[in-house]
Ligand binder design. Structure first.
Ligand code: KG4
Ligand code: ZN
Length: 331
């Protein structure tokens, strides 16, 4: 069974062809970072216009790389939300047009669910597990008992973790997007140089907060300044604070719910230090930490195809009038 997956939820135009839920024939991702860099963040109107310009050509490129024709596609999976609504609608409308013209079923996919389940592109994971999705738009912890069986345990009360990285990098003018820039700087720095706060670390819920940490970091720089000499130490200290809370609270949830597997997905999960921390702390707890390969952590069409494949194999498809959403619950 051949599934086309489409994701245009933010600033990447991504399409992939997945055979039988595991063999990736093509995975095309066109990043818009060069367009948004000058603004230090994604400009929604520019993002949706670019998706419109790119999507048809990228669809043809996806078919070419997979060496197949459109008529061989069995089903079309597409992100219907959450995301920047203009961007979401470009992918969704394109997918609907394709479904109509090819006479193939459409499967609307939740973007957060796709991040949480992207691990299944590379391995089968036994249920239940805790999934932590950390990206530029989301920081959410889920209990996953099967495909479609999700319970939200906690999420950020303000900024997403990746958003805090991006905003700090923008404030300092050190590059865009901030995640990878801060990771690279941090690798040369001392994580205990500044004792930044660990927001909500001791609260008995599974929620997160990144706005206060971002402000604490900016206030520190306003007060003490930053030099070439200590930039990497300050960045490493911020990164440690951000990841300390993520790892500790997720492991605490797993302990409370007596679950021994944690899956981490989303763009921030491509960070080597976060992966190392989860791996070490899970080992100490007798738990297993699992990550997708970095290319499947950041936005991609393959993860959408994987979820769509699952639903289509179980006989679930979406009506052609399915709506797109900027916010979307995951159950
Ligand atoms: O999942 P994604 O591609 O898009 C969203 O759905 O948001 O995630 C993008 C986010 C950005 O905030 C980016 O700074 C962050 O992921 N990110 C990272 C790293 N690579 C990307 N954050 C920390 N370390 C990284 N290596
Ligand atoms: Zn994403």
């Amino acid at each position: 069974m051949l599934v086309l997956g489409i994701d245009t939820s933010c600033d990447d135009t991504s399409l992939a062809l997945l055979r039988d839920g595991k063999t990736l024939l093509s995975n095309v991702v066109s990043s818009q970072v060069d367009l948004h860099r000058v603004f230090g963040g994604v400009v929604p109107e520019i993002a949706s216009r670019r998706h419109i310009e790119l999507i048809e050509g990228l669809y043809r490129e996806t078919l070419r790389q997979g060496d197949i024709s459109g008529s061989s596609i069995d089903a079309i999976g597409v992100t219907a939300g959450p995301g920047l609504i203009g961007s979401v609608l470009v992918g969704l409308c394109f997918a609907k047009g394709l479904a109509l013209s090819l006479g193939k079923p459409l499967i609307a996919v939740n973007h957060i669910e796709a991040h949480a389940m992207s691990i299944f592109l590379e391995k089968e994971v036994a249920f239940p597990f805790i999934a932590l999705v950390v990206s530029g738009g989301h920081t959410i912890m889920l209990l996953i008992e099967g495909f479609g069986k999700y319970r939200a345990l906690g999420s950020t009360r303000d900024d997403a973790a990746g958003e805090a990285f991006d905003k700090i990098a923008k404030y300092l003018g050190i590059g865009y997007p901030g995640g990878k820039v801060i990771e690279d700087l941090s690798a040369k720095g001392k994580g205990d140089y500044v004792a930044f706060p660990r927001p909500m670390a001791d609260e008995k819920n599974y929620d997160f907060s990144y706005s206060g940490l971002k402000t604490a970091m900016i206030n520190y720089i306003k007060k003490y300044g930053v030099t070439d000499y200590d930039l990497s130490d300050i960045m490493a200290s911020f990164q440690e604070a951000a990841f300390d809370v993520l790892t500790n609270k997720t492991i605490r949830a797993a302990r409370d719910l007596e679950i021994s597997r944690i899956v981490v997905g989303g763009g921030v999960a491509s960070n080597g230090r976060l992966r190392q921390l989860f791996a070490e702390r899970c080992r100490e707890e007798g738990m297993e930490a699992l990550f997708s390969s970095p290319e499947f952590c950041t936005d991609n069409g393959a993860m959408v195809a994987r979820v769509a494949y699952q639903y289509y194999s179980e006989g679930t498809i979406s009506p052609l009038n399915v709506a797109g959403y900027s916010r979307m619950k995951i159950h």
